[in-house]
Design a protein around this ligand. Sequence first.
Ligand SMILES: Cc1cc2nc3c(=O)[nH]c(=O)nc-3n(C[C@H](O)[C@H](O)[C@H](O)COP(=O)(O)O)c2cc1C
Length: 731
Amino acid sequence: MTISVWRYSHLALAVSSFLLLTLAAVTGIILAFEPVSQKLQPYRADNFSQLTLAQTLPVLKGNYSEISELTVDANQFVQIKGSDADGKNLTAYVDPQTGKNLGTPTRQSEFFEWVTALHRSLFLHETGRFFIGLTAFLLLLITVSGTMLIIQRQRGVKRFFTRIVRDNFAQYYHVVLGRLSLIPIFIIALSGTYLSLARFDLIATEKVAPKIDFDAIQSKPERALADFNVFKDIKLSEVQSVEFPFSEDPEDYYTLKLKDRELAVNQITGDILSEVPYPTTVLLANLSLDLHTGRASALWAIILAVASGNILFFIYSGFAITWKRRANRVKNKYSADESRFVILVGSENGSTFRFAQHVHQQLLKQGEKSFLTEFNNYSVFPKAEYLIALTATYGLGEAPTNARRFAAMVEKHQQPQPVRYSVLGFGSHAYPDFCKFAFEVNQVLSQQKWAVPLVDIHTVNDRSPDDFGLWAEAWSQQTDIPITASSELLKAPTPTFESLTVTSNTRTPQPDGTFLIRLRTKRRHSVTSGDLLAIYPANDHRERLYSIGLFDKDLQLSVRLHPGGLGSSFLHELTPGQTIRARIIRNDHFHFPKKAPVVVMIANGTGIAPFLGMISQNKQQVACHLYCGFRQSSSFNMYRNFLEESQATQKLTQLHVAYSREGDKQYVSNLIARDSDFIANTLATQGVLMLCGSLSMQKDVLDLLETICQTKLNKSVSFFQSHGQILMDCY
Ligand SMILES: Cc1cc2nc3c(=O)[nH]c(=O)nc-3n(C[C@H](O)[C@H](O)[C@H](O)COP(=O)(O)O)c2cc1C
């Protein structure tokens, strides 16, 4: 059964009952104070629980001339009805030990009477009772569906009480308080349902009348009350009421209504004339009344009041959650058939929609035709040129409900034209399978013939505006369509630019057009290899990003000169001493891993740049294996000395180079295929693979890794991606 079935049942039940539930909860809170206030009255005997009928009845008979009935209420106050020495009618609370008159019982206060009637029947008699009974039953179902939702959210019964990740106020406390008050609310609902069923005779609660053989009644031996064995055995705490014999005739007897049975006792001999146990249905009805009203315990009454208060909070928070989800429903200006941009959203609780809407609105503002929809609505998009897939991950690294059918839909609907896609995963490092579903989406898309990768998959941790901004920048750079992270989304200070001084520039490009440039920053401590440098070659909004390799105080960029390329031409012309305005962007997801026993670096072309810096910074001599691919050996020559020196100082363990236009004409993926056992072993022993370079290299390597992971490790590549063991930064 999917999470959505429980969720929709939970919601439907809540919607259908919330008005009556609110009323029942409010009146329930008020009524919980009645037992508490009653218990504060001074009518309970100190040693009540030890007293037996054999101790109590003779004392009371001695003190009062006539007693017709003795009752013990839920507060353990003993009350008698009869007449006093002057023959006047008497109803009084008495001390069962001394017989002292403690006071006269008063009627329930009018206010509590009024609230009780409202709580039980809405002043509508049987109709009202029916609706209240139905509400109790719906609450029972809500509790069951809520429990299932918590189990699914926590990934299993065993983890029911483990830490809850805080999403937002309403959601967090809906779950936290839901767990805490689950049992009291379940009891309130079950007992309320039971009492209603009993009230409508759907459960038989008839007590069986005593069967007395009047012919067998004895009048000898005569015994004193205190010597009746049956009275010696019965404690006052077991008694509901004792009806005294009407006359001294031996055929009149004591009727004892206990908690679990009814007895008839000969008033002269003390013999038991009849003993009838109550049916289980009656016992359950009594128990339900105790549990539903809290009449037997002030502490339980307070727990019931708190649980009823929580029901009110659940009504509020439940609707707040639903409101937020519904607020994200999509209204499109352009149809799926006419749009150039298609934005797919996978979201459970709506926050990913906020980011998607943000992108969508910016595209519309720039006059683009953009269509936003849920993953499950994926179909053929005949005019689409760009596909942006934004998705959260849920459960055990699973798809959100509105993205479950995605893989099947992609199989079914092939796009007729090439579409450039980009995947942005939303998740949280609080979960072991970080953004797993997004990685799966990326994998599925990468296998489609029509799909052309535009930007490497990016992830957003805990809705971080900075992470989102990083993707927006990369995407804008590839499309030349500016998408910014608005201040509303960013809620972070505007970027700070800094001036960097050029310290060296090889300028003379290698045959493949690559050159190395070094720049010095004053804020060296806040940058590391794998971060990005954003430059503004034309001093306008156009930004170009380069991966940084850190060498002591310098940031080294490896740049390929593209004829007419905005960024590469600009950098190529720079000479030592010149300064440029730039911005360093932290790229946490592509930093050298802090704990990995082995790091395998895979690069092609200028993708080697961050790895050069990482190797240079590898003072701890963590085992590092570099696999890199170039067109020809001359392209590699500019790195050769540095890498050979690094091997000598054990900052680099092994170096593997592939040339695509020389010798064996190999790609870096061929080297990975050759060393597939080593790669699998690295992953199996918590090592980390890092990929940097072109998207086409990334695709080849990922396809290969998928096969390696499946065949050698029995897991998907997305498992290792989501566990931070495969890091990528490709372009
Ligand atoms: C019950 C639950 C399970 C989650 N499981 C994962 C997970 O396995 N991996 C992950 O990266 N994030 C996980 N998350 C975090 C969400 O993906 C993240 O908060 C996301 O931003 C929510 O987006 P949404 O509001 O659009 O649904 C989980 C969140 C919740 C509430």
